[in-house]
Design a protein around this ligand. Structure first.
Ligand code: SF4
Length: 230
């Protein structure tokens, strides 16, 4: 019988949690070049783009960031920007003034606490305005090369459908997925949690969508306990 996870994930031996190693290798074959879909040239741009991506899509963020970074190419420049001018640029994303205040505050935090540089440090990143655990994991995984799971809505949904967790709390989902990978994923491509997370996000966007999962087209259907029932 598959080992338990900490918060009551599916444990039916006939319909148990999907094997993490098989999930990871299937997704690796399906999405070999997985990378963040947020356009960026450096850590500052990736951090700002990730903060801007809250409650909107990467595609929409990519439509405003070229103008944003043309006018304010680094933390020092953005820290000194006029809020109204930044609002004009990010307005297409919705909540323009809020987003502008958020990224200007972030830039000021980078200047004041880190000389304008983006720190490769989880606690230091989470101490910056507008940066939480998920954003810090995205940044440190995608830019600095750490193995870190960034739990967004897609990763959470996939983890529940795959039987890896029963939780909707991102921190609990992260712990349960890591427990599953530790139990049966090590030695394979599941080892890189950053890539596993990116591939789960791509699969959640393209196949295992929230409302109409396409189980008939899914490479995970043979191991997924929710196949045909999600
Ligand atoms: S089989 Fe269906 S529910 Fe399971 S991961 Fe694939 S699309 Fe999602």
């Amino acid at each position: 019988m598959p080992p338990s996870t900490s918060r009551g994930a599916v444990e039916d031996p006939l319909l148990g949690p999907a094997d993490a190693g098989r999930v990871a290798s299937s997704l690796a074959a399906e999405y070999p070049g997985a990378r963040t879909e947020l356009d960026h040239r450096d850590a500052f741009e990736l951090l700002v783009a990730t903060v801007l991506s809250a409650q909107t899509t990467d595609v929409r963020v990519n439509q405003v960031t070229p103008d944003l970074f043309a006018d304010w190419p680094d933390a020092a420049a953005l820290a000194g920007a006029e809020e109204a001018a930044v609002t004009d640029v990010v307005r297409p994303l919705g909540m323009g003034p809020t987003r502008a205040r958020r990224i200007i505050g972030l830039a000021r935090g980078l200047v004041i606490d880190h000389g304008g540089e983006v720190p490769d440090d989880q606690a230091a990143l989470e101490a910056l305005p507008g940066v939480g655990r998920k954003t810090a994991h995205v940044l440190r995984g995608a830019w600095f090369g750490h193995s870190l799971l960034a739990v967004d809505t897609h990763v959470g949904r996939l983890a529940r459908r795959l039987g890896w967790t029963a939780s909707t709390d991102p921190r609990a989902v992260e712990e349960d997925v890591i427990a599953r990978v530790d139990a049966d994923g090590r030695g394979g491509s599941a080892e890189d949690l950053t890539l596993l997370g990116l591939r789960l996000i791509l699969h959640g966007r393209r196949v295992c969508t929230a409302r109409t999962p396409r189980c008939g087209d899914c490479v995970l259907a043979d191991v997924c306990p929710s196949a045909g029932t999600a």
